[in-house]
Design a protein around this ligand. Structure first.
Ligand code: F6R
Length: 613
C-alpha cells in the first residue's frame, strides 16, 4: 500500500508455468504508472519473496537462481510518505512466513491494528499498513484460505485491491476488491489476476471485473466469486473489446509513453468517431446513452464532473453543449461537488468524465448523485472500470490504453465525446441539420489537422526551450480558450515542475498584470473568433510590460506589431477549435520537461489513477 492512495500495481499467476518471469513481465507493463519499488512472491516447495526499491529491472536482477513456483503474486509500489525501501515494498509476509499479500489502497485503521498486533506479540517489520493483512490472515484460525481472508478483511477499514497466497493452500490465490480495481484473467489452463488489464493483455483478454466488496478464489483452472459473508456471487468473465497490440509500442518503444500517446492522436480520434456520425441527418449516434430522443429533450441542464485535466475538458464540453444544444451546462471539480451537499435535480443530466474510470472523487460523486435519484452518464476510457459500471449509460472514449501519467490522447477523445454528445443533444433541439453537417465535417477533419500540428514539433520544441527558462508563467484564454489555457498550464506544471498559472485573459488587468515582467512569459490562446480583437488588445498590454509572449492562434489572425513567438494551428469550426489549440500545448509541455531533464512518464508526486480521496 502507499499512504497517499496512488494506485500501485498488482499481478498474479497460477498455472503450469513458472510464475516469476510472468509476474515480472506483468509488472514491467505497469511500470509507467509510476512506482518506486517492486516485489514478487512465488509458492513452490516453500514461499519465497524478493522485493527491491528501484525498477522492475533491479528486482529481476535480484531474483535468486532457484526461485521456483507455479503460483505467485507481484506488486509495484508507489510511496511518498515513508521511505521507498526493500522492506516497505510488497509482498508482505506473515510472521510464520506462510502468507504473502500484495495490496493497493489504504487501511484507515492501520494504527490501531498495528497496535493490537504488537500487543499480541507480532513483530511488524515494515512501516506500511499492508503488513497487517499478512499478519491478520496468518493469525486467523479459520480452516480455509477464503475464510481467513474474510476474517482479516472484517477487521480492516479502508480500501483494497488484494491478492493473497498461502503455503498451506498452494492450489489457489484469493483476491479481493474494495475501492481499488482488481480483475481476474482467464487463460488456457492458467489464470491471472491484475489491477490493470495492461498487465495481462498479452496472455488473455477474457477477464472478470470484481465488484467492490467481492472476493474470488482463483485456481489454475478457473475462479469463483463470493462476498465477505461467504455467499457466492455470479460475476463471470467476458471477452473485452481491446486490441492487445495497442499495448505494444513497436519501434517507438524507447520513446517516452507520453510522446507515443501524443503521436497516436490522429488514429485515436478516428476510433472515437468510428460508427458514431450520421452524415445524412447531421447528427451523432451514441448507442450507450440509454436515453431516447424524448428523454434527451427533457433535459433542462447538464452538469459535468471530473478531476484535474478531465475537469478542464469537462469545462470545454459544457461550453460545447451550451453552444450547440442551448442547454445550460457547467463543469465542476468532482472532488468538491459532493462535499457541498449538492442539489440533485431530476431533469439535470449528470456526466462523469474520467480516463481511468477509477478516480475515487469522481466515483463518489457519481454514487452521491445516484443515491439522490439523479441520472448519470459516464465519459470513460477504461472499459469495465468502476465509474463505467456505476453509471446509467455513457460514451467510451476508445483512446486505447493510456499509460503515461500525464494525460493527452484520452483528453482529446473526451473532447470528441463531448462534441458528439452536444451534437446529438443539439439535433433533438434547435440545432439545424446544416449546422449538424458543418460540425460533422469539422469532426472528420480533426485527424488530418492533428497530423499537421504534430509536424510542427521542431518549432514547438524551440518554444518549449524558451518557456523552460522561466520559473513562472501565465497561460491565458477567454471563453472557449480558457479551459485550453487551464489544461496547457496543468500539463506544463505536471511534468516540467515550472509554475504555470491559468487565467482568463479578461481578468489579467484585475490583478495579475502586476506580475508581468521580462521574466514571466505568457502563453496566450487566441482563436480566430468573435473575441480575437479583444484578445490581441490584451496581449499588447502584456507586451507593453515587457512580458514575453507565445501566441497559440490561427493562420488568419493578424497580431500586428506584436513581438511574440507564434504557434499556428489549423482552423476548424469555432466550436471544435479548442481541442486543436490544446495539441501544441501537449508538445510544449513534453519538450519543456525534456529540456529540463525530467522523466516525462514518471512525474514526481503523481500517479496515473488517484483511487483514494
Ligand atoms: C493530468 C492528469 C490528471 C487526471 C485526473 C483525472 O494529466 O492526468 O489531472 O486528468 O487525475 O483522472 P481520470 O481522468 O482518470 O479520472
Amino acid at each position: 500500500m502507499d499512504w497517499t492512495g496512488h494506485m500501485c500495481g498488482i499481478v498474479g499467476y497460477i498455472g503450469p508455468q513458472q510464475a516469476a518471469g510472468l509476474l515480472t513481465e506483468g509488472l514491467a507493463r505497469l511500470e509507467h504508472r509510476g512506482y518506486d519499488s517492486a516485489g514478487v512472491a512465488v509458492l513452490g516447495s516453500r514461499l519465497q519473496v524478493v522485493k527491491k526499491a528501484g525498477r522492475v529491472r533491479d528486482l529481476v536482477d535480484a531474483l535468486p537462481k532457484r526461485f521456483a513456483g507455479k503460483v505467485g503474486i507481484g506488486h509495484t509500489r508507489w510511496a511518498t510518505h515513508g521511505p521507498a525501501n526493500d522492506t516497505n515494498a510488497h509482498p508482505h509476509v506473515s510472521a510464520d512466513g506462510r502468507v504473502a499479500v500484495v495490496h493497493n489502497g489504504i487501511v484507515d485503521n492501520a494504527a490501531s491494528l498495528r497496535e493490537r498486533l504488537t500487543e499480541a506479540g507480532v513483530e511488524l517489520v515494515s512501516d506500511t499498513d499492508t503488513e497487517v493483512f499478512a499478519h491478520l490472515i496468518g493469525l486467523s484460525t479459520a480452516d480455509n484460505l477464503e475464510a481467513k481472508v474474510v476474517d482479516a478483511l472484517s477487521q480492516v477499514e479502508g480500501t483494497w485491491g488484494l491478492a493473497v497466497v498461502h503455503a498451506d493452500f498452494p492450489d489457489r490465490m484469493v483476491v479481493a476488491r474494495n475501492g481499488s480495481p482488481l480483475i481476474v484473467g482467464v487463460g488456457d489452463g492458467e489464470m491471472y489476476v491484475a489491477s490493470d488489464l495492461a498487465a495481462v493483455v498479452r496472455h488473455t483478454t477474457t477477464v472478470a471485473h470484481l465488484d467492490d466488496g467481492e472476493l474470488a478464489t482463483v485456481t489454475a483452472t478457473g475462479f469463483t466469486t463470493f462476498r465477505q459473508d461467504l455467499t457466492t456471487t455470479t460475476t463471470t468473465a467476458r471477452e473485452v473489446d481491446v486490441d492487445p497490440s495497442a499495448y505494444e509500442y513497436g519501434e517507438l518503444a524507447d520513446e517516452p509513453r507520453m510522446f507515443t500517446e501524443i503521436l497516436e492522436q490522429p488514429s485515436s480520434v478516428e476510433r472515437a468517431l468510428r460508427g458514431r456520425l450520421d452524415e445524412r441527418f447531421g447528427t451523432a449516434h451514441l448507442g450507450g446513452l440509454n436515453l431516447d430522443p424524448r428523454e434527451l429533450r427533457a433535459i433542462r441542464r447538464v452538469k459535468i464532473l471530473g478531476c484535474g485535466s478531465a475537469y478542464y475538458v469537462g469545462q470545454m464540453g459544457a461550453g460545447l453543449i451550451e453552444e450547440l444544444a442551448r442547454v445550460p451546462a457547467d463543469a465542476e471539480a468532482a472532488s468538491e461537488f459532493r462535499y457541498r451537499n449538492p442539489i440533485i435535480e431530476p431533469d439535470t443530466l449528470y456526466v462523469a468524465v474520467s480516463q481511468s474510470g477509477e478516480t475515487i472523487d469522481t466515483l463518489l460523486a457519481v454514487q452521491e448523485i445516484k443515491r439522490k435519484g439523479g441520472r448519470v452518464l459516464g465519459v470513460v476510457n477504461v472499459v469495465g472500470s468502476a465509474i463505467a459500471r456505476a453509471v446509467d449509460g455513457g460514451i467510451y472514449l476508445h483512446a486505447g490504453p493510456e499509460i503515461a501519467v500525464a494525460s493527452t490522447k484520452a483528453l482529446t477523445n473526451m473532447y470528441v465525446a463531448f462534441s458528439l454528445l452536444a451534437l446529438q443533444l443539439g439535433r433533438v433541439r434547435d440545432l439545424s441539420i446544416a449546422d449538424g453537417k458543418r460540425l460533422i465535417a469539422g469532426l472528420q477533419a480533426l485527424p488530418t489537422q492533428i497530423e499537421e500540428i504534430l509536424k510542427s514539433e521542431s518549432h514547438l520544441e524551440e518554444v518549449a526551450a524558451r518557456l523552460a527558462e522561466a520559473e513562472s508563467m501565465f497561460f491565458v484564454g477567454r471563453v472557449r480558450g480558457y479551459p485550453v489555457a487551464r489544461e496547457g498550464a496543468q500539463k506544463l506544471k505536471e511534468i516540467s515542475y515550472r509554475h504555470a498559472e491559468a487565467y482568463q485573459t479578461s481578468e489579467l488587468k484585475h490583478g495579475p498584470l502586476a506580475l508581468i515582467s521580462e521574466s514571466v512569459p505568457t502563453v496566450a490562446i487566441v482563436p480566430q473568433d468573435e473575441l480575437t480583437d479583444r484578445n490581441v488588445a490584451a496581449l499588447h498590454e502584456i507586451s507593453a510590460r515587457r512580458g514575453p509572449l507565445v501566441v497559440v492562434t490561427h493562420p488568419d489572425v493578424d497580431l500586428g506589431e506584436l513581438d511574440a513567438l507564434r504557434v499556428d494551428v489549423p482552423k476548424n469550426e469555432v466550436e471544435l477549435d479548442p481541442i486543436l489549440l490544446t495539441i501544441p500545448l501537449q508538445l510544449i509541455a513534453f519538450h519543456a520537461a525534456k529540456a529540463l531533464g525530467h522523466d516525462v512518464d514518471k512525474p514526481r508526486n503523481l500517479a496515473k489513477s488517484v483511487t483514494v480521496e
